[in-house]
Design a protein around this ligand. Sequence first.
Ligand code: D41
Length: 689
Amino acid sequence: MQDDFFTAPESADRLLSTPASRAAQLRQEINRHAHAYYVADAPLVPDAEYDALFLELQTLELAHPELITKDTPTQRVGGVALPEFSQVQHAVPMLSLNNGFDVADIMAFDKRAKDGLGAQEELEYAIDLKFDGLAINLRYIDGVFAQAATRGDGYTGEDVTENIRTIRSIPLRLNTEHPPALLDVRGEVLMFKADFDSLNQRQRSAGNKEFANPRNAAAGSLRQLDSKITSQRSLRFFAYGIGALEADYLPLSHRDLLDWYRSLGIPVCEENAVVRGADALLSFYTQIQQKRTSLAYEIDGVVYKINAFSAQEKLGFVSRAPRFAIAHKFPAQEALTTVLDIEVQVGRTGAITPVARLAPVFVGGVTVTNATLHNEEEIQRKDIRIGDTVSVRRAGDVIPEVVASLIDRRPANAAVFVMPSLCPICGSLIVKLEDEAIARCSGGWLKCAAQKKGALFHFASRKAMNIDGVGEQLIEQLVDKQLITTAADLYQLDAVTLLTMDRMAEKSAANILAALESSKSTSLARFIYALGIRHVGETTAKDLALSFADIDALMTANEERLLNVTEVGPVVAKSLLQFFADQQNVDIVRQLIASGVHWPKVNQFNDTSLPLLGKTLVLTGSLPNLSRELASALIEKNGGKVAGSVSKKTSYVVAGDDAGSKLLKARELNIPVLTESELQQLCNSIPEQ
Ligand code: D41
């Protein structure tokens, strides 16, 4: 079949498979799949199939270089490095946007627009998100991607055509039979949060400098003279505007424009709206603000635009910004302030975290006075000194962090932070293991009040023993007054003792005693988690609870037995062994049980209701009836766990059609392989006693 491409075709129907026609066909197929994958986020075929089409086109073009076109997808991967970027004059200037920060700014904008248009009724607005990336102009000539330029000063930008060509979601040919003779698409190049995280991880492992935020990473990636580097950075693009246009079809509104772009295969963000009146603008703003952290990309506000182009034209511009649009920015997530001091905090496992005490600064809607500096190496890497001016970021609900220090504003007396050698709480030596970034207090929870408080707070917390009313303040007082030392002591508390606490009335003391009492009825997983063993989080605790008959079996398990548990690797196993090798810890467990802490004895050894309890399954290939989600739900409902990769801990591999390497791995490791119907049978069965 493939040979046909390389032999001279004779008959009319054979003419259909000339190398040129096959190349065109392949390009169309590849573009269709790339759009489905990168823009619609809904791949049509497995990756391997896409790769095969791509390889076929590459091979074909290698044999017939004359067939390589400007818009061929194989040329995205980057070519020769440029000596410098050349300048590009924008046919229509790329304007800037005015900013609004509060309700009054937006009301004033709406009023000015209404007055300018002499409108009696509420105006129709299109709302876009304001992406935190770089504004770019994409030029299409006769439907073929021809040039890309940065915004620059709005009049002249830099030619970044080859770099933009590497962005898979940008079509190299517009999806239309009748392309416009000229189209300048405007939009934002950005990096998604997940791609940013993995890029920084790669930078870190390669010993390269990390990027401060996705915007910097996108800018740095776009500014590469070697487009091969850009091609390895996952950049995205969202269109939101238009420059020059020579076409038969002319969109009449912003909404029209975005719809048209979408039909041409140009990526447009789905989070947008057309609304009437300023109130609706503000309610969209509030809605998006709530959604902000769950978006895959960073935004710094929303943009309101008069929808009708005729009205836009009528309003025109003031200096370089349109009167018909305004950016409504979110409160800053980053702000500048000074480092007053650097102190250390001691966590429940003794981890020493340096914390910057800051001159109060308003960022992301709250006043921040402390920010984490993570660890000593981080301070050295970022070269943060006491007295420095720093930028502080607060994203969502996470702890504020110091992003960078502004070296050129450093005062002469700025002081380098020196890690203390003794724990500020208990005076024990601070130690740092070679393979760890974190320094720790060596005092342990018995000696170090900070660790004691941390451990007790963790024990009582919601996901652990869930003891209502036993929070940081109460624990602080109980430990400081030396009324309790261990978690077991909590259950010895009585009303008389509790009433000696600050602001404690009879009623709250009674509530706390009741909460302590009811917390005694718990699950093995919660109990294990509550012990606060290093590296044993919620998921690991659940796995341990499923795998062990009871706490005694866990306490006496050897390394080999522990390594048999799905979530347990050598580090976790070592931590568990160390914890239970300490007689004090074993005593506390015994005391807790003696005071009445208990859990239902349900697990694989005596529960007959869940056939997959304690089992780990791996899904591969497409199943005839069940989607991956449904199959996972079925397995979990029956007590099993779904893992992503096959290892010797896998109980079963469920394989469908076109199962690949996971099936091979299962065979290699002698792991039983099930079909979909075998899985269903297993789920309907009751396991043997
Ligand atoms: O997301 C953005 N950063 C964004 C920028 C957006 N969603 N819409 C925009 N709309 C415009 C007009 C109204 C001029 C079409 C913009 C920008 N301009 C813009 N970005 C940088 C300069 C101007």
